[in-house]
Design a protein around this ligand. Structure first.
Ligand code: ZN
Length: 440
C-alpha cells in the first residue's frame, strides 16, 4: 500500500464505530422499495455533513452525493436502500413487513465508510476524476399493484430503481459503476471478486376472462377462467423439456385470483407469471411459449386473455475480477475468491441493467448468517460486512482514479456497452408493450 492507501484504511478504522452504528440504525428502520424516505434522509444528511453536493428525490427517494470538482472519469459507488418483504424477520417493520434480510444496509454502511475516507482533502486531491455516492431505491421486486400506484406518481420505470434513475438522467455523468452485496452464491471466502453471470427476468400479470354461470344448474353456459389458468400453467410445466440448461430458465406463477364464489363458474382469474433466463433472447423466447400457453388454453375453453407486461431486470453480464479489485483485496490481506466464467447466479438483480450500459466492478462479502431474504438472516461479523467492504470501495476507487486515472480510463476505453442510455429506454418501452408508462 502507498501512504495514501494506508491513510484511507486508517480513516475508515478511525470511524469504525460510526459506520457500524449507521448500519445498525438503517437495519432497525427497514423501508420498502421507492419508499425509503427515512433511509434517504439519513444518507443525505450524512453526505451533506461531509461537504458533498447532494441531490435528493432522484427516482423518488434516490440520493446522490458528488465530489465533482475534478475533471476525468466518474466512478459511481452504489448502495441499495430498500428492504425486502419478510414479515417473520424479528426486525421487520410491523406495518410494511419489510426487513433488511438482503443486507442492503451493509452496502450503505460500506458506501458511507468510503465517503468518510474521501472526505480527507489529501486523499481527494490525489484523484484525477470525480466520485459519486449513490444511495439507490428499489432493487427488490415490485409487484403489479404497487407499480400502478408508482406510475400515478410519475415513476415511469416502476419495476426497478436503477432503471428509473437511468431514464431520468441521474446516471448520465457516470463512467464506471462500483457495486457490492452480501454473497449471493455459496462462497466461503471473505470476498468474492467480479460479477458472475446472473439471470434476468420479465413478468406479466395475466387476467383471464371467462363467463359466470351457476356451477350446478347450467355450468355448460359458463366459461371457467380457473380452468383456463390451470391448463395454461399445466402446459408451461410440460414445456419445461424445451428449456436449455445453458439458458437457466426459471418459470414461476402465482394465482392472485381464481373466481369469487364457489357456486359460480369463475369468470375471472388473475395470474402473475415471471420468466427468468440467462440472456435477453432466452427471456423473449420463453415468454413467447408462456404467451402461447395462455392463448391456447383460452382458445380451448372459449375465454379471453388480457396481459399487463411488467418490466423486469436484464441479466448480469459476466465480468471477471478487475486488477484494481484484486489489488485492493491484496492490500487488506483477506481471504478471496475470484469469479470464473462458469459461475452463475440464478437470481436476478437490476445491477444487470447497469452491466448493459456501464463497466460494473463488483464484489460480494461475507459476515452474515442465515438465508438471504429469510427470517434468520443477520449480520454476524460487522468487520467483514461493513468495514472491509468500505475499505474495498475506497481503495478500489482510489486505484481507479490515482495516477491520472490511468486504470479508470483503460476500463472505459475497453468497454463496449450493449445500449446507450436512449436505446436502453426504448428497449424497455418496447418490451413492455406500447410504452412503459402505460397500464395506468
Ligand atoms: Zn439484495
Amino acid at each position: 500500500m502507498d501512504s495514501l492507501e494506508q491513510k484511507i484504511v486508517g480513516l475508515i478504522d478511525a470511524h469504525r464505530e460510526e459506520i457500524i452504528a449507521f448500519a445498525e440504525d438503517v437495519a432497525a428502520h427497514p423501508e420498502p422499495g421507492f419508499y425509503e424516505e427515512r433511509t434517504a434522509a439519513k444518507v443525505a444528511g450524512f453526505l451533506r455533513g461531509l461537504g458533498q453536493d447532494v441531490h435528493t428525490q432522484l427516482a423518488r427517494t434516490g440520493v446522490r452525493g458528488d465530489w465533482m470538482e475534478q475533471d476525468g472519469p466518474n466512478v459511481t459507488i452504489i448502495g441499495e436502500m430498500d428492504a425486502i418483504g419478510c414479515r417473520t424477520h424479528p426486525m421487520a417493520d410491523s406495518r410494511t413487513g419489510a426487513a433488511h434480510a438482503c443486507g442492503h444496509h451493509a452496502q450503505l454502511a460500506a458506501m458511507i465508510g468510503a465517503a468518510l475516507a474521501f472526505a480527507d482533502e489529501e486523499v481527494r486531491a490525489s484523484l484525477s476524476g470525480s466520485v459519486s455516492f449513490f444511495a439507490v431505491p428499489a432493487e427488490e421486486y415490485i409487484d403489479a399493484d404497487k407499480r400502478r400506484s408508482l406510475k400515478k406518481e410519475g415513476i415511469v420505470f416502476a419495476g426497478s430503481g436503477k432503471s428509473e434513475l437511468i431514464r431520468t438522467g441521474a446516471m448520465d455523468h457516470t463512467d464506471i459503476v462500483l457495486t457490492t452485496h452480501v454473497h449471493m452464491v455459496p462462497v466461503e471466502e471473505d470476498l468474492y471478486l467480479g460479477n458472475p453471470a446472473c439471470n434476468g427476468y420479465t413478468a406479466q400479470r395475466v387476467t383471464i376472462r371467462g363467463k359466470a354461470a351457476h356451477a350446478a344448474i347450467d355450468p355448460w353456459d359458463g366459461v371457467n377462467a380457473l380452468s383456463i389458468a390451470s391448463s395454461a400453467i399445466q402446459m408451461m410445466g410440460l414445456m419445461r423439456e424445451t428449456f436449455r440448461e445453458e439458458d437457466h430458465v426459471r418459470l414461476h406463477n402465482i394465482v392472485r385470483k381464481a373466481g369469487d364464489v364457489i357456486n359460480s363458474v369463475p369468470d375471472e382469474a388473475v395470474v402473475e407469471t415471471k420468466v427468468r433466463a440467462a440472456t435477453l433472447e432466452a427471456i423473449r423466447e420463453t415468454q413467447k411459449k408462456v404467451d402461447r400457453a395462455y392463448d391456447g388454453a383460452a382458445y380451448a375453453f372459449g375465454g379471453k386473455v388480457e396481459r399487463e407486461l411488467l418490466q423486469g431486470y436484464m441479466p448480469v453480464i459476466y465480468r471477471p475480477a478487475d486488477k484494481v479489485l484484486k489489488e485492493a483485496a491484496d492490500d487488506l490481506k483477506v481471504c478471496v475468491r475470484c469469479v470464473s466464467s462458469g459461475d452463475f447466479n440464478n437470481a436476478c438483480t437490476d445491477v444487470g441493467d447497469l452491466t448493459h450500459l456501464f463497466p460494473v466492478l463488483n464484489f460480494t462479502f461475507s459476515g452474515f448468517s442465515g438465508k438471504l431474504h429469510g427470517a434468520d438472516f443477520r449480520i454476524s461479523d460487522p468487520d467483514k460486512a461493513y468495514i472491509i467492504p468500505a475499505k474495498m470501495l475506497a481503495l478500489t476507487t482510489y486505484k481507479l482514479l490515482k495516477n491520472n486515472a490511468l486504470a479508470a480510463k483503460k476500463i472505459v476505453e475497453e468497454f463496449t456497452p450493449v445500449f446507450g442510455i436512449r436505446d436502453y429506454c426504448s428497449y424497455i418501452e418496447k418490451s413492455c408493450g406500447q410504452d412503459a408508462a402505460g397500464f395506468l
